[in-house]
Design a binder for this molecule. Structure first.
Ligand code: PMP
Length: 288
């Protein structure tokens, strides 16, 4: 049976799921989204994802057509219908359809909510899946990257260029400093210091990043919250990126320059392990 999607009040087969061609998400990229990981049928760190969704919605002056606990109930129902054990959960809210293609908000906004799931192995990956190659590329995005906007053309183009170069992720840069990954947050380790850019409007506040920063408090690692240059990244002893769908992903090369000894770094793997345990803790919580 085909997967089920949720579209504006109905659970429908993915192939029958449709939105209006006048949806402002389609016409203007006027909407925001979230992606959370799913393990053993449980959403990982969902409260934090919904908190960020709430903020993104506020920033674009859009209201969800329901409250957040009702949304969480619908999320769980969709996971149940799709029997999804391991994978990702996508949802977006757009400013809905309006009569004519005017830039200004429609007088009566009818936000559109779309959700679907994807099966994907995210936990206990084989070691050969933990060797990401990164390409750097200029950051061509707008100036409010803290809003999780569905308008992702700059990332689509940058990630495609990285893909064509045989890389798994792009690290975007601005004024000589790395901002973040095309769909992840970027970190390097040098002299037992973890370095990552400060959260502000230049990057998305990653939920995985947030969790990793809490987890490192148990480790002998100093966290330096500052931007790093591409050259610093080339010379790092370890590098990795984080997102809800890849957790903590070790980087073995940047622009074909080998990082460390060309293998996933020991500290990075330790952080990945800590994050996997953190992800598992949500299963235990749901059984209580
Ligand atoms: N930065 C960007 C630009 C992203 O698209 C993502 C993935 N949504 C992230 C960072 C990582 O965020 P999270 O850990 O919440 O998945």
């Amino acid at each position: 049976m085909a997967d089920i999607a949720y579209v504006n009040g109905s659970f429908v087969e993915m192939n029958d799921a449709t939105v209006s061609i006048k949806d402002r998400g389609l016409l203007f990229g006027d909407g925001v989204y979230e992606v959370a990981g799913v393990f053993e049928g449980i959403l990982i760190d969902n409260d934090a994802h919904l908190e960020r969704l709430k903020r993104s919605l506020q920033e674009i002056k859009l209201e969800l057509p329901m409250n957040f606990s009702e949304l969480a109930v619908l999320q769980r129902k969709l996971i149940h219908l799709n029997k999804i054990k391991e994978g990702t959960f996508y949802l977006h809210v757009t400013r809905g359809a309006s009569e004519s293609r005017d830039f200004e908000f429609p007088k009566e906004q009818q936000p559109s909510l779309v959700m679907f799931t994807q099966h994907k192995k995210i936990m206990n990956l084989a070691t050969d899946k933990l060797k990401a190659k990164v390409l750097t590329y200029p950051d061509l995005r707008w100036k409010r990257r803290d809003i999780k906007s569905i308008a992702l053309l700059a990332q689509v183009l940058a990630k495609e260029i990285a893909h064509q170069a045989g890389c798994n992720e792009v690290w975007m840069h601005e004024d000589g400093f790395v901002t973040e990954g095309g769909s992840s947050n970027a970190f390097i380790i040098k002299d037992d210091k973890l370095i990552s850019r400060k959260n502000n409007e230049t990057i998305l506040s990653g939920i995985t990043r947030q969790a990793v920063l809490k987890l490192i408090q148990q480790e002998d690692l100093v966290f330096e919250e500052r931007p790093f240059t591409i050259e610093e990244a080339y010379e790092a002893s370890e590098a990795f990126y984080t997102s809800a769908s890849v957790f903590v992903m070790p980087v073995i090369s940047i622009d074909k320059k080998i990082i460390g000894n060309g293998e996933p770094g020991a500290l990075t793997l330790k952080l990945r392990n800590l994050y996997e345990n953190f992800a598992r803790s949500f299963i235990n919580q749901s059984q209580r």
